[in-house]
Design a protein around this ligand. Structure first.
Ligand SMILES: *Cc1c(COP(=O)(O)O)cnc(C)c1O
Length: 226
């Protein structure tokens, strides 16, 4: 298996080229290492390589790695989140990328003892298999979060369809960026909405060209389980 440092080197070069094309600063892009496929040793190697942010999509995976690594990285919960599991992760996470319903927001607000940075998950492509709100539902949903003091809408998150169609990928990511601007224009103090979590191993360059501030990279960075 390749070393994480080697993979990270390649990824940083790609990020730099994508930023050049888009006239952006590479420092504005946070690389989240998605460690869901790999053991804690590999997550630890990523931290050694300079990664500051880890992403996990299941409560069990996050908890197990958190027990070992504690507050060394920032923790991102990126998977669909069952309401009853909120209490197990709430004290461990820095960001929740999968806010998609009011009942979940209410549970997060109730269990948290501080403001939690949440990203609203949006299903831009309309694929049925994907979680998240439709773009049209998002402004109304964010209005509904008013009055939940522990919820901060830090940004929006999406998963693009699995496709080689570059134009379609550009279109999906651009749609999420437009929606981010729309939310910012609502000027709600609890919804600064500055973050765009989009782009994975296969499409992060395109996501960066369209404004991603957080890319969630698993396979290309830490590899899949052997
Ligand atoms: C697994 C996963 C990723 C990383 O996927 P790769 O294609 O391996 O980079 C990113 N985001 C979410 C929500 C995931 O579940």
């Amino acid at each position: 298996m390749r070393k994480v440092t080697e993979n990270l080197q390649d990824i940083k070069e790609e990020i730099t080229s994508a930023c050049k094309r888009a006239h952006r600063n590479p420092e504005d892009i946070k690389v989240i290492a998605v460690t869901k496929y790999v053991p804690v040793e590999r997550a630890s190697e990523a931290i050694q390589a300079g990664i500051l942010d880890l992403g996990e999509n299941r409560e069990e995976g996050l908890t197990a790695k958190w027990e070992v690594l504690r507050d060394k990285p920032n923790w991102h919960f990126i998977g669909s989140l069952q309401t009853r599991k909120v209490k197990n992760i709430i004290d461990k996470v820095d960001y929740i990328h999968s806010l998609d319903r009011l009942s979940l927001a209410q549970e997060i607000d109730k269990r948290a003892d501080r403001k939690i940075k949440c990203l609203v998950q949006v299903n831009v492509s309309g694929e049925e298999s994907k979680h998240g709100l439709t773009p049209e539902e998002v402004p109304g949903f964010i209005h509904e979060l008013k009055g939940l003091p522990n919820i901060e809408v830090a940004g929006l998150m999406t998963m693009a369809p699995l496709t080689d169609d570059q134009q379609l990928l550009h279109k999906c990511f651009r749609r999420l960026n437009d929606l981010k601007n729309e939310i910012q224009n609502m000027k709600l103090d609890y919804a600064p909405c500055t973050e765009l979590s989009m782009g994975m191993s296969n499409d992060y360059s395109i996501a960066i060209e369209e404004g991603a501030t957080m890319v969630r990279i698993g396979t290309a960075l830490v590899g899949e389980e052997e």
